[in-house]
Design a protein around this ligand. Structure first.
Ligand code: UT7
Length: 328
């Protein structure tokens, strides 16, 4: 039996310095700290400055992950940036990151799977590492959603935020590493979360700008219901594939979309309290970045011990959902 495994050998994160509180938002849109806190769990979020772009944060998070892993740029064989908010439609942000970091031997590409993007990218990276094709893969989950928000739309602007998280996935030996993962999509609900214009269906035009079609739109309530059902389901599935139960999980690291979603999924699984990591109060919903940011926080706080079982799960635009189990 093969003992090849893909382990997480280093983590990193980077968020904008600028903190925007719920009280700040009360001044620009018809909302209240009470509504945002009680309906989402968010108290503040990080919002990028005018001159900052996605790659600004990807590069810092990736450098931190490589430093933690003790891996040099030429050793990276692949870079995957999971995002829906790249620097440009062309080229891929991963190429800009590759050049900035000096990862001359890395194939680099972006992956678009909404808020599930990091788990999708982790699953792809695992295949390349376990097959022996790549020794070290840089997986970055990053978003700069503030640039695509309508700051007059209270249904979205109070929720989404900016940041990047990164991991280096490296060759290792079982029983450590990614034990199981699963990815799902239901395009029947593709219109739940959209940014309609800017692609080939609605190319940029004065009309599309006028109609606000370059802003993120979300049918939050319908998305919420699907999120709870599918997250609980995929978590049970990946645990079962790994031969584990919720009782074995040391850290549940869910996508930080909404405190109430996290709570409901945790309740269904029986994973509550300290084991269920929450930082949405400080960072809001950073989409593909939320899981790697949370992971970096608990790793750097010294809370993850070798052998610990980490359960990660995400849900987002597409609709997509995905989960994975990692033994640290
Ligand atoms: O990460 C990608 C995946 N995304 C998600 O998983 C998001 C899932 N959805 C959610 O987290 C929640 O649905 C939201 C936080 C987006 C919204 O919470 P909700 O409890 O589902 O609110 P709602 O959309 O049903 O709206 C309830 C009320 C409405 O007012 P009326 O019609 O009852 O008078 C909204 O207009 O709350 C109002 N509302 C607000 N009020 C104050 C909506 N947004 C705001 C706001 N401040 N920011």
């Amino acid at each position: 039996m093969s003992t090849a495994s893909a382990i997480i050998s280093g983590t990193g994160m980077s968020v904008p310095d600028r903190v925007v509180t719920n009280q700040d938002l009360e001044k620009i849109v018809n909302t209240s700290d009470k509504w945002i806190t009680s309906r989402t769990g968010i108290r503040e979020r990080r919002i990028a400055g005018k001159d900052e772009k996605l790659s600004t944060f990807c590069i810092k998070a990736a450098q931190a992950a490589m430093d933690a892993a003790g891996v040099t740029p030429p050793e990276i064989a692949m870079i995957i940036v999971a995002t829906v908010t790249p620097d440009h439609p062309i080229p891929a942000t991963a190429c800009i990151v590759q050049n900035a970091l000096g990862c001359k031997n890395a194939a680099a590409f972006d992956m678009q799977a909404g808020c599930s993007g990091f788990i999708y990218a982790q699953s792809v990276a695992k295949q390349f590492v376990v097959s022996g094709r790549c020794k070290h893969v840089l997986v970055i989950g990053a978003e700069i959603l503030s640039k695509f928000l309508n700051w007059e739309d209270r249904a979205t602007c109070v929720i989404f935020a900016d940041g990047a998280g990164a991991v280096v996935m490296s060759e290792g030996d079982f029983p450590r590493g990614v034990l199981s993962s699963a990815m799902y999509t239901d395009g029947d609900m593709a219109d739940f979360i959209t940014l309609p214009a800017g692609g080939s269906a609605i190319p940029p035009s004065a009309e599309s700008l006028e109609q606000g079609q370059h802003f993120i739109q979300m049918r939050g309530n319908e998305t919420f219901k699907m999120a709870v059902r599918s997250l609980a389901g995929v978590c049970r599935e990946v645990l079962e594939s790994a031969g584990l139960t919720p009782g074995d999980v040391n850290w549940f690291i869910p996508h930080q979309a909404n405190q109430r979603i996290i709570g409901a999924v945790g309740e269904r699984l029986g994973i509550t309290g300290e084991r269920c990591y929450v930082n949405i109060d400080r960072f809001g919903n950073t989409s593909a970045a939320s899981i790697p940011i949370a992971l970096d926080e608990i790793v750097r706080a010294g809370k993850v011990k070798e052998g610990d079982i980490l359960l990660m799960a995400a849900f987002g635009a597409g609709l997509t959902w995905a989960g994975s189990v990692v033994r640290w």
